[in-house]
Write a protein that binds this ligand. Structure first.
Ligand code: CUA
Length: 410
């Protein structure tokens, strides 16, 4: 048996193994929610077309080069009793070919690439839905300026309508990336200059084509907890989107009667409540039989009986303690803007922007000691401060009630 005859089965085995491992990367089921191969927006599709075009050209070149190298190796290898092959140097025709062909391929890759850059950087449509995306260490804020809605870490978009993400950062550079919506984009701080604030927004335009829940994460190293800066987009049919908007615009409660407050004035936080669209009347956040039913269904039974009572106690604590200095819940007097908006917090999949699944136990853990869950988190814990703030000094039963209240906000 000659050496060359043994080489061929080995080469076959090697090629087989390479193909098998390569194909293993091509699955894209629910176990890989952050795949780039199954885009659900026009933007993602456009990027994939450019990617596919470049990919197949390079595959063609790779195949051609590999075949030529293999043929040369096999055909001109040294064997006993064979004369040296004819030695040649220089071939004008060949050299012209391998200069012109690659130049042509570069043009064929370049034209669709430039076209896609201009298409995806176009001006937003007149009726596009603008969402302001603000990166924070380490969570995402979403503001819908036309709809008077603010949310955090999970945002909704309507299917079939152009969405315009206008993005910037409140601190360092982050990068917004939900792979199934399309490419990632840096989120930069707005630098202050002598003339004031320069408008250094980055933009993404897309129209979602398929309802679903699409997850992503920060894609630019941004400090201690960069790895815990997850984001979810929920694409829904327009009617469902309108319902979500209405549920996020809960009318704030009437200011307390003069007799209720010491100085005969409404509390400061009620005065700073953000204005709400005049014609939207959402369901009350808590207190309706339906809300309490949901609260009961979504929580583990509490030791002291009566989850509803726990929820109401939680609301009382939340709106009277340190929480409202930083957090807002639409429809309540909590209107802090330093931390994430917690309106409908219970409907979010995670607590701490992907730090933990959103369960009673985990929310308690978070409120007790956020830094133990997420290094560098600015929120103060019950016993340990954070972000230069003193500890909240909440007791374990108070923490439990606040967690129950937050989870009831669905
Ligand atoms: Cu934000 Cu990494």
């Amino acid at each position: 048996m000659q050496r060359g005859d043994r080489l061929i089965p080995r080469a076959r085995a090697l090629v087989g193994a390479s193909v098998a491992t390569t194909l293993a990367a091509c699955t894209g089921g629910p176990e890989f929610p952050q795949t780039t191969f199954h885009p659900v927006t026009d933007y993602g599709e456009a990027l994939n077309r450019v990617f596919a075009n470049t990919f197949w050209w390079t595959m063609l070149i790779l195949t051609l080069v590999c075949v030529l190298v293999l043929v040369t190796i096999l055909r001109f290898r040294e064997r006993p009793d064979t004369p040296h092959p004819k030695q040649i140097h220089g071939n004008t025709k060949l050299e012209l070919m391998w200069t012109i062909a690659p130049a042509l391929i570069v043009v064929l890759m370049g034209i669709p690439t430039v076209q896609t850059i201009f298409a995806t950087q176009r001006r937003p449509a007149e009726d596009a839905l603008t969402i302001e995306v603000i990166g924070h260490q380490w969570w995402w804020e979403f503001r819908y300026p036309e709809l008077n809605v603010i949310t955090a870490n999970q945002f909704y978009v309507p299917v079939g309508r152009e969405v315009h993400l206008r993005m910037h950062s409140a601190d360092v550079i982050h990068s917004f990336w939900i792979p199934r919506l399309g490419g990632k984009r840096d989120v930069n701080p707005l630098p202050r200059t002598a003339e004031g604030e320069r408008q250094r927004y980055n933009h993404i335009l897309f129209t979602a084509t398929e309802p679903g829940l699409y997850s992503g994460q920060c894609a630019e190293f941004c400090g201690d907890s960069h790895g815990i800066m997850a984001v979810t987009a929920v694409a829904v049919e327009p009617a469902e989107f309108d319902a979500w908007v209405a549920s996020m615009q809960v009318t704030p409660p009437a200011p307390p009667a003069a007799a209720d407050t010491a100085a005969g004035q409404a509390p400061a936080q009620a005065q700073t409540a953000r204005p709400l669209a005049p014609d939207t009347v959402g369901p009350p956040l808590i207190g309706s039989p339906q809300q309490l039913q949901q609260a009961l269904a979504g929580m583990q039974p509490s030791g002291d009986g009566g989850t509803a009572r726990l929820v109401l106690e939680g609301q009382r604590l939340f709106t009277s303690r340190a929480c409202i200095a930083c957090h807002a819940v639409a429809g309540t007097t909590a209107q802090g803007r330093v931390g994430p908006d917690l309106t409908r917090f219970g409907a979010r999949p995670t607590v701490g922007a992907g730090a933990l699944p959103n369960t009673q136990e985990n929310v308690e853990r978070w409120i007790r000691n956020p830094q133990a869950v997420k290094a560098g988190a600015k929120m103060p814990g019950a016993r340990v401060g954070g972000g230069g703030m003193p500890p909240t000094n909440l007791t374990d039963s108070e923490v439990r009630a606040i967690a129950a209240y937050l989870l009831s906000l669905r």
